[in-house]
Design a protein around this ligand. Structure first.
Ligand SMILES: [Fe+2]
Ligand SMILES: [Fe+2]
Length: 337
């Protein structure tokens, strides 16, 4: 018997999180010696496993405040997307751990294995919330079905650092908002966000330590270009995703635009600890161009069957992207409080 096709908002192939791999040989040459004390401290912290009992398998996840069908769609889409992102992190870290073990780097392998442990817990927890909604995603078969994208090691370090830190700020800002407005906590899942975000914060710090192991990766022209490109692309993806899924944030009682800006401000500020330059978000046209990009993106999605209009919008979108990409940046040391 063939299974019915899943509802549109649950189709994993419509979602953007991808699966990645990188230059294992180069990763195996990471020289930890300059970062030895930080490495030992982080490994010990990961071994301590502060959240061992946090993601309790018996925690009740099924109690939902009454949601309308549209609200359910918003909640479920966010769950699916987050679950796949967490699982993608698990696969990357687990893959690196296995390969580093083969390459005779047991310490590094151990560190990635501990990060994979956390991501597996996160994905598993979200998966349980989905099962409580009657939705099943076959995570292991997803990795077999979807292409795995290869990126150079420096791209992986920059993008994973940012996704961990942006993940941290997303979880903590939602947590703070719901603590101030508990009437909007419509699912028990949100009660778990605070220690959860500490996992992501630790992962970001570990990746930052690995960036520091590679002289030249966060200095000079290369460091400035990598910082600009990854901050810009990660922030843009965030803005477009938040705008596409605005209903989810409104369901939490949040203004999606405001949330997007807060997440970018905080992540940009945090990135000063790892990147040589960060964007000047206030006092520049950054957010204004973000609004125009989001607006053009929306129009593009709504203009199927109008090729001329589409061409014009595509040109506008491209021009906005370029201006957005070229927005001013400042040296990290300058902006530090
Ligand atoms: Fe995670
Ligand atoms: Fe993480």
């Amino acid at each position: 018997m063939t299974r019915p096709a899943p509802a549109l908002h649950l189709r994993e192939d419509l979602l953007t999180p991808r699966f990645y791999t990188t230059e294992i040989g180069k990763a195996a040459r990471t020289d930890l010696e300059s970062q030895r004390p930080a490495f030992e401290a982080m490994l010990a912290e990961m071994e301590a496993d502060y959240n061992r009992d946090h993601f309790d398998r018996r925690a009740p996840l099924e109690r939902l405040r009454r949601l309308s069908p549209d609200q359910k769609v918003a909640y479920e889409s966010d769950l699916v997307r987050s679950c796949i992102s967490e699982f993608s992190g698990f696969l990357l870290f687990k893959g690196l751990s296995l390969q580093l073990q083969k390459a005779q780097r047991p310490e590094l392998s151990r560190l990635f294995n501990l990060m994979a442990r956390d991501e597996a817990r996160h994905a598993g927890f979200l998966n349980r919330a989905l099962v409580a909604e009657g939705i099943e995603i076959d995570l292991p078969s997803l990795s077999a079905k979807r292409p795995i994208t290869w990126f150079p090691l420096d791209w992986v370090l920059y993008s994973v650092y940012l996704s961990e830190k942006i993940g941290y700020w997303r979880y903590i800002l939602i947590d703070r908002h719901l603590k101030a407005q508990p009437q909007n906590t419509f699912a028990p899942l949100f009660d778990f966000f605070e220690p959860w975000c500490q996992d992501e914060n630790r992962h970001g710090d570990i990746i930052n330590m690995l960036i520091r192991c590679w002289p030249g990766l966060n200095t000079g022209l290369r460091g400035r270009l990598l910082s600009r490109f990854f901050l810009w692309s990660v922030f843009l993806t965030h803005s477009l995703t938040v705008c596409e899924r605005g209903d989810f944030y409104r369901l939490l009682g949040m203004d999606p635009n405001r949330f997007d800006e807060d997440v970018m401000r905080q992540t940009n500020r945090t990135a000063r600890r790892a990147f040589p330059v960060v964007f000047v978000l206030d006092g520049s046209r950054y957010f204004q161009l973000r609004d125009q990009l989001v607006d053009t993106y929306r129009q593009l999605k709504d203009c199927a069957g109008q090729p001329l209009k589409r061409m014009g919008l595509n040109a506008r979108f491209g021009w906005l992207l370029l201006r957005h990409f070229l927005q001013p940046m400042q040296a990290s040391a300058e902006g530090k409080a």
